[in-house]
Design a protein around this ligand. Sequence first.
Ligand code: ZN
Length: 246
Amino acid sequence: MTETLQLGGLLFEVRRSERRKSLGLTVDRAGELVAHVPTGTSADELSRWVGRKLLWVHRKLALKEEALPKLQAPEYVSGEAFSYLGRRYRLKLVERQAQPLQFDGTRFTLRHDARPAEAHFRKWYIAAGADWLRRRAETLSARTSSTPRRVEVRDLGFRWGSCGRNGVVYFNWKVLQLPVPLADYVIAHELVHLHERHHGPEFWAALSRAMPDWQKRKAALAVKAKDYLVFGLRSFAGPACLRATA
Ligand SMILES: [Zn+2]
């Protein structure tokens, strides 16, 4: 069972160690917060110490957000590329067509009056991708030995995915922009959360059994995902962080 601490709107993973003499905090590349503490540190002492560091943590997180490439909002003009499962498809604006946004396997066509366009794209990604995500989750669940009760696709703000306590796993529709190996990482990650709630050693061990090269994929998600994202995630935690819902 992983120990966590919630303070100042942030979630810290607490790692205790016999070898540690003093308390320390790290903010990893994904924006995950870890408090490293000597084994005997009391909960009070820990939250007081972390409390004094909150300003520093917020500053670090703000710097991380600044360092991220700014995603420009799409302009929805002809020639603009949109990514689906890692492949880029061009957009063409048209005067007339039955549906506001259509896809013929080679390109997107958007009717001039289809505004706000993002809503039509979101609808399209969810309609086109929900089945894919469900099938993929089914395939990967054989490896993670955890079967979700249901797979839902929606807008999750700054999260790629999330695992509810009720056995339902949620994926951000924006995952569908990613190449399959990166989307698979997000899916496997959430499936492992079905039996390991927190990002403790047991979680990463289970993920390693299901997906031995997860580290490579996680790093690629943090670094390369932006190449595929026309629709980005909100907030610093965006390109990498996944958290289970409490
Ligand atoms: Zn997670």
